[in-house]
Design a protein around this ligand. Sequence first.
Ligand SMILES: [Zn+2]
Length: 73
Amino acid sequence: MKYLVLFLVLALVYAVWRSQNRPSAPPPRARPPLPAPQDMVACQRCGLHLPRSEAVGSGQRHYCCAEHQRSDA
Ligand SMILES: [Zn+2]
């Protein structure tokens, strides 16, 4: 009976020691910021929507590629 009590005390001490030495959870990884929204324009020839920065054209007319710009001129 004496050894049972001693074992329980040691097990309790070990459990407390383990819970205090457990490494804390890693901090949540910060997500990279989302890119800024871009204006979308439609190709004057085929209607494809694409970001204004990728569109070909001048003024108010936008095209998805140089070929559509040439064929619409
Ligand atoms: Zn097009």
